[in-house]
Design a protein around this ligand. Structure first.
Ligand code: HXC
Length: 500
């Protein structure tokens, strides 16, 4: 690889950032990077652009290997014309997208850019248009990862917006459609760049990013890790891991009884349960800081990669809400596109009640989960821990929605709603008219709870298997194994109309 120009390196280092080349070096295997189009020049000579003409046009493009598997990569060079995107710059990115698509390789984009190159006007806008079109064509065909390691301003944000996974580096990575100055003029609000579109905001609040990293070194290590989990394209299966099988298959999930308390009202950390059930130290959580009431991520089960979607009883009792619906749906669609089986771990009281939720569109957001799971043709297994109520049962477990295997822990409850709420509705008059309402209510709750037993659902064939918690791992392995050759045909249509 070419070396860094000293002056340009200084510009980056002074801002606490690595150079575009240093970033690629951190990402790919040693000596594997091959650069293309390093002599491509800026095309326009208006507004003093002649003086700024730079070979390579402020972006480094090429291919290399990550853990011996080929990827394509582009890295914007802020030290030249602010990494801004003009016609030639865009054409270089489009070219590597074409190559990545032809060869079925993941693509990693490293963004450090002032956005559309102002001097090139419509040519730079159309450059973005061309990139976005390629990204949309590549969606579901090759994994697309974007690293935000500098500004990503204006419409440029839609490259990360269209990516499968967005990594942001703290302090240096910022994404925003309009910056603080314009916001001040238009709405009179004052905000810093970091407070507007820093890594914390996009990982915790907006949900536009999936991973947050303290340093660039950590960031590229994590990008390499996620790439090692994923298939290179939609025609491949995810890589398997060997050597975990015998010890882990035999392991009973005995500690689950300690992790998950029997008492209904007691809460627990689902991440501990995930650790106990799946192959050790293989859980890679996605969007861990956003919508923490649900957990999504990749994990290995008996050496095979699965995507898990789990309730987190520790946060908001694990309810589904607007943000968690978006988080789950996008993850499910990624897994489905790339042949990654799905397992849900469910302990859910329902969808979150509230004016904010209703007026914020929980109906259309919640519908996304139904759509995504129902549409997914990969193996789908659901496991109910303690309870699954209402629409959340349908979304995360229902065999009628398309889950292939539905498993429940003995003693778990399934119903339209919990006994306390149900009794208030169906026995309201009886309770109100009684001499001792509290006593009657308690009796009715006890009586009603019997109808919630998972064995009632099993009698209807809606639950396939009832197990003891310690059998969890073995049962999941057997279910997954039985579904690996699953094939599902789909009706002919252009595409469905997913709620968005
Ligand atoms: C041309 C640009 C540029 C741009 C920065 N530069 N952005 N040149 N087009 N969009 C140049 C600067 O003129 C400067 O050149 C050099 O890059 C470094 O920029 P600085 O401002 O000195 O750096 P810094 O202080 O770190 O600030 C970085 C920044 C700021 C916050 C990104 O440059 C900025 O606000 N840029 C404009 C952002 C923006 O509004 N972009 C357009 C968005 S609209 P010299 O020669 O002085 O070193 C958009 C529409 C796309 O992108 C639509 C697609 C659908």
């Amino acid at each position: 690889m070419k070396t860094n120009n000293k002056k340009e390196a200084e510009i980056q280092h002074q801002k606490g950032k690595l150079t575009a080349r240093e970033r690629i070096e951190l990402l790919v295997d040693e000596d594997s990077f091959v650069e293309i189009d390093s002599l491509v020049e800026t095309r326009f000579s208006q507004f003093g652009m002649d003086k700024k003409k730079v070979p390579g046009d402020a972006v480094i493009c090429g291919w290399g290997k990550v853990k011996a598997r080929q990827i394509y990569v582009y890295s914007q060079d802020f030290s030249k014309i602010g990494g801004s995107l003009g016609e030639a710059h865009a054409k270089k990115i489009v070219k590597i997208y074409d190559l990545a698509l032809k060869t079925g390789c993941p693509i990693v984009g490293i963004i450090d850019s002032g956005g559309a190159r102002i001097q090139e006007g419509v040519a730079s806008l159309d450059g973005y248009g061309a990139i976005f079109q390629k990204m949309i064509k590549a969606s579901g065909v090759i994994p697309q990862i974007t690293v935000i390691a500098g500004p990503s301003a204006g419409g440029a944000c839609y490259s990360p917006g269209l990516s499968d996974f967005v990594f942001m580096v703290k302090k240096i990575g910022q994404m925003y459609i309009t910056g603080p100055e314009i916001i001040k003029t238009v709405t009179n609000e004052e905000v810093s760049l970091e407070g507007l579109g820093g890594a914390d905001i996009h990982n915790q609040k907006s949900g536009c990013a999936h991973f947050i990293c303290d340093t660039e070194e950590q960031c590229f290590t994590e990008v390499k890790t996620i790439l090692s989990y994923l298939p290179r394209n939609n025609l491949e299966n995810p890589p398997k891991r060997k050597g975990l099988l015998s010890e882990l298959f035999e392991r009973e999930s005995a500690r689950l009884l300690e992790i998950v308390p029997k008492q209904e009202e007691k809460t627990y950390d689902m991440k501990m349960a995930i650790k106990e059930i799946f192959d050790r130290d293989t859980f890679l959580e996605v969007q861990k800081d956003f919508a923490k009431n649900v957990i999504v991520g990749f994990v290995y089960l008996d050496g095979k990669l699965v995507g898990i979607v789990a309730s987190q009883p520790k946060v908001l009792a694990g309810v589904l809400d607007i943000n968690s619906s978006d988080k789950i749906s996008r993850f499910v669609r990624f897994c489905d596109a790339f042949n990654i089986p799905l397992i849900t771990l469910v302990d859910v009281p329902g969808y979150l009640p509230g004016i904010d939720q209703e007026q914020g569109g929980i109906i259309r957001h919640g519908a996304k989960i139904l759509y995504a799971f129902s549409e997914a043709s990969v193996p789908k297994i659901s496991l109910i821990f303690k309870k699954a109520f209402g629409g959340a049962y349908i979304a995360l477990c229902s065999r009628e929605l398309g889950f292939d295997k539905v498993i429940a822990w003995s003693g778990s409850q399934i119903g339209v709603m919990g006994a306390e709420q149900a009794v208030k509705i169906i026995f309201r008059k009886e309770i109100e008219n009684s001499k001792n309402p509290t006593k009657i209510e308690k009796e009715k709750i006890k009586e009603y709870k019997k109808t919630l037993s998972c064995s009632e659902a099993a009698k209807m064939g809606q639950i396939d298997i009832i197990i003891e918690p310690k059998q969890t791992r073995k049962t999941l392995i057997k279910c997954l194994d039985s579904l690996l050759n699953k094939r599902e045909s789909k009706p002919q249509r252009k595409h469905g109309n997913m709620p968005l």
